[in-house]
Design a protein around this ligand. Structure first.
Ligand SMILES: Cc1ncc(COP(=O)(O)O)c(C=O)c1O
Length: 381
């Protein structure tokens, strides 16, 4: 808000902006450069499929025009793929853009948002930006969402609950039956957001949660308070284009449309996403390869005596507590970027086989397992 001029305002006063945002953490993207191996952002290590690149080149000509605000072609393709009516789908500038919109439609100042913690680091900032109060519910000792505790944390002021599965950064998943038990305890006027940014990497889970199938089933029963989010950023390798999508009841989708930034989803993003859906087999093979690599890296770390929870995502969690920052610094010295959560652990994205080998070699040169508390990098060579 710009300060009104007036006799009691000094002429040098700047705009009157919100002071309650002072404490928000500043989001920092990856610092990866050409010389570094970036395993810190849960990106795909693969360039988009050739057919996607060709579709993008073909779409450049039309960039003088605004994109199709309704993303009609992509919505139709996604509706067909997931067996849902187009009116239940909404696209956004990354699934994080849809998180913003979901908070906007559910929360006024003072309302509560429940987040598992630790989870996707931006949930609290997005909620606080809307003036909502964030309630963080600790993960279990096994680094998993504590759904019973999250249900117990719901109050009269709760408007929205984030359920992130697989959970970023721990990689742990919740099962469909656990989510159904949780939902049975959630009042129908509380919006539950199943954030499935990494859904395509969960193929080896028992009793897997498919949030899209769950929401679809519930919609058929007239139950409208659960939505599911997916993204083209991870499995489809389109992080740089910023495009994600949400499945919800039509009135929720319509409201999401009302708060959307006009033309937020660009035409290149739409074209690329449609082309990526045409490459489903290639995308699935890439995911399978990354899942195999994930298991290879995890086995090597377990063999070395590290504690690494089972992951359903394209990353692994090393709960190394106070050694997180020194471990990340050690990896950086080996030209590898990993994401440190000070005092908690380190998240390592699964890269190409060569990148993963480089990470394992660096990890092997770190202090022996079990010595994390007092960890210091061991000398090289
Ligand atoms: C759990 C989770 N949700 C959402 C996102 C946002 O993805 P995007 O905005 O690229 O679709 C991320 C990105 O890392 C994530 O980890």
């Amino acid at each position: 808000m710009i300060a009104p001029s007036g006799p009691d305002r000094p002429p040098t006063a700047g705009p009157r902006v919100r002071t309650d945002l002072d404490g928000l953490p500043l989001f920092r993207g990856s610092a990866a450069g050409a010389a570094m191996i970036g395993l810190d952002c849960n990106e795909s290590p693969f360039a988009p499929p050739a057919a996607v690149q060709a579709a993008l080149s073909g779409a450049v000509q039309g960039l003088n025009r605004y994109p199709d605000h309704s993303s009609a072609e992509l919505v139709a393709r996604l509706a067909e793929r997931h067996g849902v009516p187009p009116a239940t789908l909404c696209l956004g500038p990354g699934s994080v853009g849809l998180c913003v919109q979901l908070i906007q439609i559910a929360c006024a100042a003072g309302d509560e948002v429940i987040v598992p913690w630790r989870s996707f680091e931006v949930y609290p900032s997005l909620a606080a930006t809307a003036g909502a109060v964030v309630r963080r519910v600790p993960l279990t000792a096994e680094h998993a969402l504590d759904l019973p505790a999250m249900a117990a944390a719901i109050s009269d002021r709760t408007r929205l609950v984030f359920v992130c599965s697989p959970n970023n950064p721990t990689g742990t998943s919740v099962s469909r039956s656990a989510v159904e038990r949780f939902l049975a305890a959630v009042p129908p006027d509380v919006l539950v957001v199943l954030d499935e940014a990494y859904a395509e990497f969960t193929e080896r889970e028992a009793d897997p949660l498919d949030g899209f199938a769950l929401v679809r089933d519930r919609l058929r029963q007239g139950r409208t308070n659960v939505v599911a989010l997916r993204t083209f950023s991870k499995a489809y390798g389109l992080a740089g284009l910023r495009i994600g999508y949400c499945l919800s009841a039509p009135p929720v989708a319509e409201l999401l449309g009302r708060v959307a930034v006009p033309y937020a989803v660009g035409s290149l993003a739409q074209r690329a996403a449609v082309a990526a859906l045409d490459c489903e087999r290639e995308v699935r093979e890439r995911c399978r390869h990354l899942v195999d690599e994930r298991e290879r890296v995890r086995s090597a770390l377990l063999d070395a005596g590290r504690d690494v929870p089972v992951s359903g995502a394209n990353f692994l969690w090393l709960p190394i507590g106070s050694a997180a920052e020194v471990f990340a610094a050690h990896c950086r010295e080996h030209r590898i970027l990993v994401k440190a959560f000070p005092g908690e652990g380190v998240r390592v994205t699964v890269g190409t086989a060569a990148e993963n080998d480089a990470f394992l070699a660096a990890a092997a040169r770190f202090a022996p397992a079990g010595a994390y508390g007092a960890a210091r990098p061991t000398p090289l060579g």
